[in-house]
Design a protein. Structure first.
Length: 452
């Protein structure tokens, strides 16, 4: 319908209430007197069972509710509350769940006044449920309540008739569902024909007949394929979570690549040595971030589960991940002492302890050159001290090379960990900023943290 109806202030009376204290009667909420401390409804208990129910002079579409307050913040004001509404005081729907600010300014809230189908939702009763006050263990106070909405007779009649029709259709649909489930075919067909109510859409009806009635699996698959092609499942599919797939990507030589893909997986890293620098828990870990939960929080079929073989990265902490934008390959650098024993000696990416490859470390930085594919690793913490060595890994040669053993000695960045590093591919320049410093080391001399 068109919207020629204006919003007006709605009159109400107090229909029911749970309790009140002394002279703080429920009728006080119909008078807006913010300077009078007695002009309020004050319960005699702070239990969640407290309520006050308002009855409109006639059914209306209630759009907003306004709560007045005392001239200064009060400890018994409502920090949390709910508003219910309906045409029957025994059958009401939730219209609002909110809370008042701890101040003296009146607040207005929009109430749910339409159904999911967009139809107007007329109400006769408004029920306010106080849930929590701003002061601990304080009873609840409501100073003033004002309702606004539409109460024009022709609009309310149309809304009431439409809601009644929808209720009748829903009741018939529930009966149809029961009759079909109990295999009362004749009664089901008769009620559906006489009422004109359809239990479900045409695709669902075809699925029921093909799968449940006839057990025709081929026809069922065809119906589903047609539904997918017609886009009927697009909305449902759009809400499904992504399912990632891990694939082993290695910049090693062909011989090393073949060994990683076909040889038996090596022994997993010792779980007792694993640690993690990421303390954000997975939603399914119940907030617990422990070494065991890093592994045990995943199902065996979960593609994100940390592995111990060559099919996926094993559990680790303090590592780095980079992506080559040209090849769209990602590389996990595992230069951490907790995962050294997960590699074989012939692996060129294995963290080493000599001068031919980087030693075990954590809190380091790893970047990739998109033009050459080379990886650059700088700094980190080896368990006893910060490092300032710069390494380069060349995928074509499958070999590490030490570019600078101590950058701090030649005017570069001092030893550091937990820093950030970036590469400018056009100019071939590495930038690093930040470092971890103990409180005792945070002096101006050590705060020079940006280098190129």
């Amino acid at each position: 319908m068109a919207e020629p109806y204006e919003t007006v202030k709605l009159n109400y009376t107090i229909h029911k209430f749970s309790s009140y204290s002394a002279d703080y009667i429920p009728e006080n909420i119909s008078v807006n007197n913010p300077t009078d401390q007695l002009s309020r409804w004050f319960t005699d208990s702070n239990t969640p069972s407290q309520y006050i129910m308002l009855k409109l002079t006639s059914p209306a579409i209630v759009e907003t509710i306004m709560f007045g307050k005392y001239m200064k913040a009060h400890v018994s004001d409502l920090k949390r509350f709910k508003v219910l509404g309906g045409t029957d005081d025994r059958n009401m729907s939730e219209l609002l769940s909110a809370g008042l600010k701890n101040d003296s300014a009146p607040e207005t809230f929009h109430l749910r006044h339409r159904t999911r189908e967009g139809l107007y939702l007329p109400v006769t009763y408004i029920k306010i449920l106080p849930l929590q006050s701003w002061g601990p263990a304080y009873n609840f106070t409501i100073w003033y309540v004002e309702l606004h909405g539409k109460n024009h007779p022709e609009l309310i009649k149309y809304a009431m008739d439409t809601i009644s029709l929808r209720k009748e259709e829903e009741a018939v649909r529930i009966l149809l569902k029961h009759l079909r489930r109990r295999r009362y075919k004749d009664a089901f067909e008769a009620l559906s024909r006489e009422s004109g109510v359809r239990l479900e859409g045409p695709t669902q009806a075809k699925l029921w007949n093909a799968l449940v009635e006839n057990g025709d699996y081929e026809l069922t698959e065809k119906i589903l394929d047609d539904a997918i092609a017609a886009g009927e499942l697009d909305w449902y599919v759009s809400w499904q979570p992504y399912s990632p797939r891990w694939k082993l990507l290695s910049p090693c030589s062909a011989a090393v690549e073949e060994r990683l893909c076909w040889s038996p997986p090596p022994q997993p890293a010792r779980r007792a040595l694993m640690n993690t620098t990421n303390t954000d828990p997975r939603p399914d870990c119940n907030g617990e971030v422990t070494p065991s939960s890093v592994v045990d929080a995943y199902d065996e079929s979960d593609p994100l589960k940390p592995g111990s073989g060559g099919d996926r990265p094993g559990p680790r902490g303090g590592h780095q991940l980079v992506v080559d934008p040209d090849t769209e390959r990602s590389v996990v650098n595992t230069s951490s002492s907790s995962v050294v024993d997960a590699y074989e000696e012939s692996d060129p990416l294995k963290p080493g302890s000599g001068g031919d490859r980087p030693g075990p470390r954590g809190g380091h930085q790893l970047v990739v050159d998109p033009d050459t594919g080379n990886l650059y690793l700088f700094g980190g913490w080896n368990g006893t001290s910060d490092l300032d060595d710069l390494w380069c890994y060349e995928p074509e040669r499958a070999q590490w090379s030490l570019r600078c053993a101590h950058s701090g000695a030649v005017g570069g960045p001092a030893p550091r960990s937990c820093h950030k590093m970036a590469l400018h591919p056009g100019r071939g320049i590495l930038y690093t900023i930040g470092r971890y410093l103990d409180n005792a080391m945070r002096v101006p001399e050590n705060m020079k943290v940006c280098y190129r």
